[in-house]
Design a protein around this ligand. Structure first.
Ligand code: ATP
Ligand code: MG
Length: 285
């Protein structure tokens, strides 16, 4: 699909509440702070968490005068006509136009998807160059990727979500596009460490080998994430005590480091190397 233009990162997992929207805004804001041009796209019409997150960010900027970078934000609504086929066509049309419009306008597009299967979510996965799947740190949440033998820990059968991703990858390759680099990331890892945590890590490594995807170092469970959504901020923004209602702690610094490591693990192409690959010269910021 997109060749040579903006690099598209989809954040997806059919399991609700795994940290997709939080991860999407953190990736976008980190890339903005790095001087890149970034668009955020919300295809979760029902919850619109990313849209509200970006709106809260704008409100904080307006009320406090803080200078923090803003992404170009787009919300793509679900089509609600009577015909499923017409709806799918309308959604493909709006999605394709939207990506074509952003292609040369930004360096990275970060798409947040809903925690359920749907046409817009599938389109987002099909357009992605990189797919990031946050997974809550429990064996139950791994079920969304594969059914695992409870004794041996070996994946027995891939899940419907994984099959959708594999299908999207195959279609991309069949139409001459690049593959989808799929990266799993454990989220809300308990700071206490436990038998469950090491079991999850072992199993996720096996599942990743089976699915042909990579596993990034995870993000710990941190209270700070709860206070960020209402003010539309991320751990990469300057968070003075008056915004947070308390002093930023070491936990904040560690969370930054974890997200930085995640971005490093994604091995995103730099805008300059993409320009060379596509034969066009573009600004990187
Ligand atoms: N590392 C973390 N530590 C603590 N809380 C977290 C962490 N990551 C996310 N959360 C919290 O978990 C909840 C769900 O996160 P989020 O909305 O990002 O998930 P989601 O996958 O987008 O959910 P949905 O499937 O409903 O769209 C939120 O309250 C968020 O603040
Ligand atoms: Mg969400």
């Amino acid at each position: 699909m997109t060749q040579g233009g903006a690099h598209i990162i989809a954040v997806g997992n059919e399991k609700g509440g795994s940290g997709k929207s939080t991860t999407a805004l953190h990736l976008a804001v980190y890339l903005l702070h790095q001087g890149h041009r970034v668009a955020t796209v919300d295809v979760d019409s029902r919850q619109q968490t990313l849209t509200r997150y970006v709106r809260n960010r704008r409100a904080t900027i307006d009320s406090s005068g803080r200078q923090v970078p803003m992404p170009k934000h787009v919300h793509l609504p679900t089509a609600w006509g009577d015909s499923i086929r017409e709806n799918q066509r309308a959604e493909l049309d709006i999605f394709t136009k939207s990506m074509a419009g952003l292609r040369d306008e930004v360096d990275y597009v970060v798409i947040d998807t809903p925690g359920f299967d749907g046409n817009l979510a599938r389109l987002a996965h099909g357009f992605a160059n990189t797919l990031v799947t946050p997974i809550n740190d429990s064996m139950i949440d791994l079920d969304v990727l594969a059914r695992v033998d409870p004794v041996s820990g070996e994946p027995i059968e891939t899940s419907p979500y994984s099959r959708n991703v594999q299908r999207a990858r195959a279609e991309r390759l069949a139409t001459g596009g690049s593959g989808i680099d799929w990266v799993l990331v454990r989220n809300r890892i308990s700071n206490l460490g436990s038998r469950n945590a090491s079991q999850v890590q072992r199993t996720i490594d096996r599942v990743a080998a089976r699915l042909g995807c990579r596993v990034a170092d995870g993000i710990a469970e941190r209270v700070i994430f709860r206070s960020l959504f209402p003010i539309g901020m991320t751990v990469f923004d300057p968070l003075e005590a008056d915004l947070l209602g308390g002093t930023p702690s070491i936990s904040h610094v560690n969370a930054r480091q974890e997200y930085r490591s995640l971005v490093a693990a994604l091995r995103l192409p730099s805008p300059i190397s993409r320009s060379v690959a596509s034969g066009t010269i573009r600004r990187s910021a």
